[in-house]
Design a protein around this ligand. Structure first.
Ligand code: PEP
Ligand code: MG
Length: 895
């Protein structure tokens, strides 16, 4: 029979490999077992497997064998701590926490202090000789259990607590004495009876079973589902449940709780960075209810804080903790995020996990750890999340720009963000959906705010520390965040904020700098990032390990230059129509498409030729000998048609066609379904002069640049929207004729190639025939996704989220490649194409070329290169390296 429950700590075995497998016991469970097995002080407990969560989700009940296994595991915990669960003299209390294979911080439920009832609370008071502590624990337990298990709004309890404080004229919970808390417990029990329609359960075993069931249920809560969708975590993994003996950080001044990172999660600096609170329970640090204190004296002094660091207040415990942190880092060979509790001078580690970090920190740590000999270059390349680089590639505040700093908070997640103030998550989502840049401004955030945090450019909170929900989630999402900005006062009723005396309304612009913690009035200009130091080192290693080439989708000189700075190895897609839309050219383009005769068309094309030639020459110069794929005109002529009276007036010229004639021709060219209409190579077939002009411009530019620089550019002419081999054969012949003519005229023989996009299912299905006329294929996965799924890429936005919510798609197929459908066509086309032509080069230039998961797919299919927009180039370089390394590692040492 498969084991369903595993004990850890307190002398448990930890021998079964399943107990170190995150998919079985979750990340937290695996790490608790690991920590216990290397001798670290972990309170004993047990983990119920994720398999049981899946079983529970299907049946809705904890089945009898599981209940028996839990009872047996509990008995072992009782034996190891020497206390019994439900004992009225000296009760064992438990924490019940979720723990999935992939960390989902704050998304699922937790119950602490479980096992308290009207009798055991007295036992706890006696055993701890601290009546206040016992009643405080009980009222916290009723609130948590009432909320998580019985569905009572936690606001009801908070309101009662506020009233109790008000009645006594107190500001802090800590001022309430044992008598106050005992009265509050009665009030809380009344609230439960009133709100849930049932009494608060006194049977501790019922409490345990119900709490476990509630944690299992929380796997499917709405916020957990949203989080999984945003982080591409599958819905069917389930969470494990960890039941553990409670240790208390709130048993007096010799007790404490805290969170510590083994290195600084914001900068990557090799120094433990943490926060602690004396006489507090674990959740107090995360919830941001009390402002935490610095762990080390150095950090406290640097911040100019008064409250003592743990290093100063509890030096012996701090030294012990430092030793354990060092051990954990060497054991896991990665930065750890550790939760600890000190109970009356005894230190316990409650959890360790690989710590979330900013991209800058991830880079620095990876590079430092190679230098320290903890990991090797390959590990470093695999360790940095490619999409995280995005944080480093985006602008920071221009240091020379003037700014009005209104106040300062904690620099919780780096990068600068400007946006209009919004005061709640729903508004953030609504305004962002209509294209506004918004900045979410909250007292503190909670998991319910996750959608709004994602929609916002940045996040500003007035309360909470570097490990508060806002800080942790913002770093994970790569959103700039300033938190704990206590000079910001939010007035929800008036929908306004006052920042250090300045009153601003919701909708007013502010700027935050998540690297310095500054909050500024209005919009402050930003500046491009530097790509040196650890970034440069890691990219160098990534390039050493990647097989696929990385090119860019770019057509303007600025974009080409940016892409080269980011390491692009050529242009994978130059969309020439972008050059047609420029204001100075559109008139010639319109004259060309509305021409009544070949002569009129030639005249218009003659006007375009020099402009195109100059564009191409500029690209060839910037790319300096690297291959450049230039796609001939693709979009429907429909898109260039004049609309307004002024557009038509602009086209009139002496001796030219009349206004009426132009309007009639424009009407004739309008299409019902232009995306499937007169576009792509169909234009080249019906109006061969257009492609001939573009080919001439390309070859002449290549000759010009070769003459001027002495190095020959490598033009690759790409034909769009090919469905049949015959189309490509016809267009190719014409292009080659132009090449011969230009080169003969210039007395040169420059290398060039002609290929096609594969962006229609028919092209993929007949790729062998098409390959006979192509030097390369470039998968245009935007159109290929559109035509394979029959979903308009321009209209999908209005319904795709419903498809994602219902699990029909796990990712938007226009963002991540649909492996089973579109992917299958790509695989088939690659095989057919290569079968027909061994020298055929294969690449991808749809948006998927910059998406790490799709890049992994491209590696599997064996493409030669991916092409991504300039800012995605470093991401693609790293993702391609990771794909190569993973492929090599899974092929084994012989590969
Ligand atoms: C594509 O269809 O994937 C492509 C790159 O072309 P465009 O986006 O210009 O249609
Ligand atoms: Mg396309």
């Amino acid at each position: 029979m498969v084991q369903t429950v595993y004990n850890f700590g307190g002398g448990a075995e930890h021998g079964d490999p399943r107990q170190k497998d995150k998919t079985v016991v979750g990340g937290k469970g695996a790490n608790l077992a690991e920590m216990a097995s290397i001798g670290l002080p972990v309170p004993p407990g047990f983990t119920i497997t994720t398999e049981e969560c899946r079983r529970f989700s299907a049946s809705g009940v904890l089945h009898a064998e599981l209940r028996e296994a839990i009872a047996a595991a509990l008995e072992r915990v009782e034996t190891s701590v020497g206390r019994r669960f439900g004992d009225t003299a000296n009760p064992l209390l438990l924490s019940v926490r979720s723990g999935a294979a992939q960390s989902m911080p704050g998304m699922m439920d937790t119950v602490l202090n479980l096992g308290l009832n009207d009798d055991t609370v007295r036992g706890l008071a006696g055993a701890s000789a601290n009546e206040r502590f016992a009643w405080d624990s009980y009222r916290r337990f009723i609130q948590m259990y009432g909320d998580v298990v019985m569905g009572v709004d936690h606001g009801c309890f908070e309101e009662a607590l506020e009233i109790a404080k008000e009645e006594r004229g107190f500001l802090n919970d800590t001022e309430l004495d044992a008598g106050d808390l005992r009265a509050l417990v009665d009030t809380y029990k009344d609230i439960v009876r009133r709100e849930a329609g049932a009494p608060f359960p006194q049977d501790v075993h019922e409490q345990l079973a119900e709490a476990i069931a509630a944690v299992f249920r929380s796997w499917n809560s709405e916020r957990a589902r949203i989080y999984r969708r945003l982080n591409a975590i599958a819905d069917d993994c389930g969470t494990a449940v960890n039941v553990q003996a409670m240790v208390f950080g709130n048993r007096g001044e010799n007790s404490a709780t805290g969170v510590v990172f083994t290195r600084d999660p914001a900068t990557g600096e090799r120094t433990a960075y943490g926060e602690w609170l004396p006489n507090a329970q674990g959740e107090d640090v995360v919830a941001g209810i009390r402002t935490p204190q610095y762990l080390t004296r150095r950090h406290r002094e640097r911040a100019g804080a008064k409250a003592p660091s743990m290093e100063e207040a509890l030096p012996r415990v701090h030294a012990e903790l430092t030793r354990y942190l060092d051990l954990l880092e060497r054991h896991y060979r990665d930065m750890q995020d550790v939760e600890f509790t000190v109970e009356e001078g005894d230190l316990y580690l409650l959890q360790t996990r690989s710590g979330k970090r900013t991209a800058a920190a991830a880079l620095r740590m990876a590079v430092d750890m190679v230098a320290e000999g903890l990991i090797n270059e390959e590990d470093a390349v695999l360790r940095v999340e490619p999409m995280a680089l995005d944080q480093l590639l985006h602008p920071t505040l221009d240091p020379d720009a003037s700014r009005e700093v209104l106040c300062r908070g904690l620099p919780a997640s780096p990068g600068a963000a400007t946006g209009r103030i919004v005061l709640d998550a729903a508004t953030a989502e609504a305004w962002a959906a209509r294209g506004e840049h918004v900045l979410l401004c909250r007292t503190e955030t909670s998991p319910e705010d996750i959608g709004g945090m994602h929609a916002a450019r940045g996040i500003l909170t007035t309360r909470g520390g570097m490990t508060s929900h806002a800080a942790v989630v913002a770093r994970g999402m790569g959103r700039p965040c300033v938190c704990g900005a206590s000079d910001v006062v939010i007035d929800m009723a008036a929908r306004s904020v006052t920042i250090a005396g300045h009153r601003l309304a919701e909708g007013d612009a502010i700027t935050i700098d998540g690297s310095s913690g500054e909050v500024m009035a209005g919009t402050v200009p930003t500046r491009e990032p530097e790509l040196t130091g650890a970034f440069g080192d890691l990219m160098l290693w990534a390039d050493r390990h990647r097989r696929m080439r990385v090119r860019t989708n770019a057509e303007t000189p600025d974009d080409c230059a940016a892409a080269r700075r980011f390491g692009a190895e050529g242009v994978g897609l130059c969309r020439t129509e972008h050059m047609f839309f420029q204001p100075d050219r559109i008139r010639a383009v319109r004259r060309m498409i509305l021409a009544g005769s070949a002569a009129e068309r030639d005249a218009a094309l003659d006007a375009l030729l020099p402009a195109q030639r100059a564009d191409f020459a500029r690209i060839f110069e910037i790319m300096a000998g690297l291959p450049c794929t230039i796609r001939l005109l693709d979009p429907p002529l429909h898109e260039f048609l004049p609309h307004s009276d002024a557009d038509f007036d602009d086209l009139l010229e002496p001796g030219g066609p009349s206004r009426e004639t132009l309007m009639r021709r424009a009407a004739e060219l309008r299409e019902v379904n232009p995306m499937l209409g007169h576009r792509g190579c169909r234009l080249g077939i019906t109006y061969p002069e257009i492609y001939a002009m573009q080919a001439r411009a390309i070859f002449e530019a290549a000759c010009d640049v070769a003459d001027a620089t002495g190095s020959a550019p490598v033009p690759e002419l790409m034909i769009p929207l090919v469905a049949t081999a015959a189309e490509l054969a016809i267009v190719r012949d014409k292009v080659e004729a132009v090449a011969r003519e230009v080169m003969a005229g210039r007395g040169r023989a420059l290398p060039y190639s002609v290929g096609t996009m594969i962006e229609l299912p028919r092209a993929a299905l007949t790729a062998d025939a098409i390959a006979a006329h192509a030097d390369f294929f470039s998968f245009g996965t935007n159109d290929l996704t559109q035509t394979t799924l029959g979903i308009s890429r321009d209209d999908a936005g209005s319904f795709i989220h419903t498809y994602l919510d219902q699990g029909i798609f796990t990712r938007d197929p226009f963002v991540g490649i649909d492996r089973d459908g579109v992917g299958r066509l790509i695989r088939m086309a690659a095989e057919l194409g290569r079968g027909a032509s061994a020298t055929l080069k294969l690449g991808i230039c749809g948006e998927h070329g910059g998406d790490p998961d799709s890049i992994a797919f491209c590696e599997e299919v064996g493409l030669d290169y991916v092409s991504a927009s300039p800012y995605r180039v470093p991401i693609a370089r790293l993702a391609a390296a990771q794909a190569s390394l993973r492929a090599r590692r899974s092929a084994g040492p012989a590969a």
